[in-house]
Design a protein around this ligand. Sequence first.
Ligand SMILES: *[C@@H]1O[C@H](CO)[C@@H](O)[C@H](O)[C@H]1NC(C)=O
Ligand SMILES: *[C@@H]1O[C@H](CO)[C@@H](O)[C@H](O)[C@H]1NC(C)=O
Ligand SMILES: *[C@@H]1O[C@H](CO)[C@@H](O)[C@H](O)[C@H]1NC(C)=O
Ligand SMILES: *[C@@H]1O[C@H](CO)[C@@H](O)[C@H](O)[C@H]1NC(C)=O
Ligand SMILES: *[C@@H]1O[C@H](CO)[C@@H](O)[C@H](O)[C@H]1NC(C)=O
Ligand SMILES: *[C@@H]1O[C@H](CO)[C@@H](O)[C@H](O)[C@H]1NC(C)=O
Length: 721
Amino acid sequence: MKSQFAVLRLQKSVRSHPNLAARYTAAATATAVLVLLFLLLAPSNPSISTHHSLFLSVSSNETAARHLQALTRRPHVAGSEANAAVASYLIDILSSASIPARIVPYDVLLSYPVHRSLSLSPNLSAPAVAFDLVQEIYPDDPFADVAAEVLPSFHGYARSGTAAGHVVYANYGRVEDFAMLKASGVEVAGNVVLARYGIVYRGDIVRNAQIAGAVAAILYTDAKDNGGRSGECFPDARWMPPSGVQVGSVYRGVGDPTTPGWASVGECERVSVDEVVASGVMPAIPSLPVSSRDGDAILRTIGGQVAPEDWQGGEGAPVYRLGPGPGFLNLTYLGNETITTIQNLIAVIEGDEEPDRYVLVGNHYDAWTFGAVDPNSGTAAFLEVAERLAKLQKGGWRPRRTIILCSWDAEEYHLIGSAEWVEDNREMLASRAVAYLNMDYAVSGRGFHASSTPQLDTLLMEAAKMVQDPDNSSQSLYEQWINTDSPLIRRLGGSGSDYAAFVQHVGVPSVDMRFSRDYPVYHSMYDDFVWMQKFGDPLFHRHVAGASILGLVALKLADEEFLPFDYKSYADELQQLTEVFKSKMRGKPVNFAPLLKSIKKFSKAASKVNSQRKELEGKSFLSKWKKNPNEVRELNDRLMMTERAFIDREGLSERPWFKHLIYGPSKHNAYMSGAFPSIDDAIQRVTISNASEAWGLVQHEIWRVARVITQASHVLGGRLT
Ligand SMILES: *[C@@H]1O[C@H](CO)[C@@H](O)[C@H](O)[C@H]1NC(C)=O
Ligand SMILES: *[C@@H]1O[C@H](CO)[C@@H](O)[C@H](O)[C@H]1NC(C)=O
Ligand SMILES: *[C@@H]1O[C@H](CO)[C@@H](O)[C@H](O)[C@H]1NC(C)=O
Ligand SMILES: *[C@@H]1O[C@H](CO)[C@@H](O)[C@H](O)[C@H]1NC(C)=O
Ligand SMILES: *[C@@H]1O[C@H](CO)[C@@H](O)[C@H](O)[C@H]1NC(C)=O
Ligand SMILES: *[C@@H]1O[C@H](CO)[C@@H](O)[C@H](O)[C@H]1NC(C)=O
């Protein structure tokens, strides 16, 4: 029955391209016979798989390399003139691929550094020495002429102000690290925290320092997390040079801070920065990122107790101590927070049969610096997808469903462009979006990684079997992947990239993919084309494979008659998650039975919908059991809408923007994908208080999750109670 649509599509394309009509007429009779033969013999639509194979075969590493070079000529932070030039480049490439893009602007709060100073005295009686806070140009740097355009290293949305105090070393700045300092009797209040990057989101490090009473936070890259102290670094090795600094946002929300939950369009309602700070999502203390060299200099002035073994540096490092002092830091940071216009680009390839069903493919294009890895390797792959789709269109292909290509702005400030667009189009997306496929950066090295909502697991694995491993032509991407990644597929609870609003705010099934290994030049001035060519992807084959897997998954979602969703794997995943929580809570006064019961129902509904699909697939338009297109559509709608049922209007308590009750960021590390985030939040509260009301709250959250899963099985089953 899939084939019936192929015939319809052929007729439509002849009608809509009269200049092609003659050619088609000549071949029509012969083709019709062939097509009929296929209809009778082939189990699936031959024209779809032909187009999909064509998509894989027209790849080019040369175009991906050329695009990346053009995109990374200058640093292009959100809101800058250089970033507007990148947007124009994208519009040009898309329009020459006959996929015209619209600019969708939003007026959002961004922040830029105006003044920074940081000085260190080994003790209060010694004079202070100022750090220069400059990332140095490397030997033969081809981008030296535009190095001055790199923004001074800073934290996006950092608090402006001056703060001074003795230094305390706080390891990775996690909740448990501050608990350890407290237990050791180290006074954090009134002092300056020095913490290393590497495990938790930088906004959470600053938040934890603030809660502990610190007056400022300095974040540095430890040599231990950057190739050790051998001295090998870029441009000779992949490691960050000693003056390199990881910049980035310290905002803990998603989207424009002044419009939480609605779109930043024109003269809209806004909350003040003071209110945002008071709510805890923007820091109330100043912070600054520094290099490994400056971090090392500061560490050498910290005395007091010796830090625990796992807080120490690598080989050759001095002994790390906890402080406070005698080293004394004096920091001034002045930023300007300004409402700035950003530009998302939206390009639409309209679906032929179901134009009101959307498959969205997204990547951001703004970068902290040159952005060769983050994000423009993804942008190059994204353009490569667009150009290959243009070739399919020339060959007469049109997708069954609409494909929407989205280029996001201001992701680096914390997912601003995508979140504003999702908030702006929330109800349209909630009723029409089939899936969102994200590719932030595509390549930082060898090794494929994927995260998804679980109904897409099978589709991802099937697609990976059709793509060649870019590092070994005698095997598929799938074969490489199963040998390198465990678990094979991760989940999308973290708020690390633009899928966050789709999954966690609206409940759109989503995927995020990349090739990566260690990425030491992350968010530094050294993330440039030279690094990519030398270390990230010397032959640009990984870019090509990234485009192949991204495009192929999009094509399958857009073209297959039945949405390739499998909710059995979702049910299995929910079951496993529950077992984990149950064993964590063994002996506690909470009952997981309501959750287990709802999952059982969900699992039954998942099996049932799978067999209904098989039954419908078996019906052919030639047989006496005719397939009704409305029945196909109804089944697909159930598959599409089931994820939406995991959305709860009230959202997580204290974090109401996050509405998905299965996946959301861990409360103390936005990088980490949390499962059952509302239950997890309640458990964290109870571990502090152990009051019986607190246990009641955990039970309440268990009920709440059970209820959304029950709603999901109603949707999947398509039946009213
Ligand atoms: C904010 O600071 C940046 C960098 O110093 C500067 O280019 C920009 O003009 C400033 N904007 C405003 C509104 O002051
Ligand atoms: C302070 O630091 C200076 C320079 O390192 C050193 O010479 C001096 O002895 C220190 N003073 C105290 C009181 O520790
Ligand atoms: C910190 O430095 C500023 C100059 O940047 C100076 O005015 C201030 O007195 C210093 N604070 C302390 C406590 O040393
Ligand atoms: C390439 O893949 C083949 C087939 O999986 C495997 O036998 C071979 O060892 C791989 N080569 C390398 C260099 O990894
Ligand atoms: C593209 O791949 C070919 C074959 O591996 C290689 O010779 C060429 O250098 C690559 N092009 C780029 C720009 O890396
Ligand atoms: C928590 O409270 C329960 C009784 O409500 C008690 O049995 C248990 O020992 C307490 N646990 C801790 C860690 O205080």
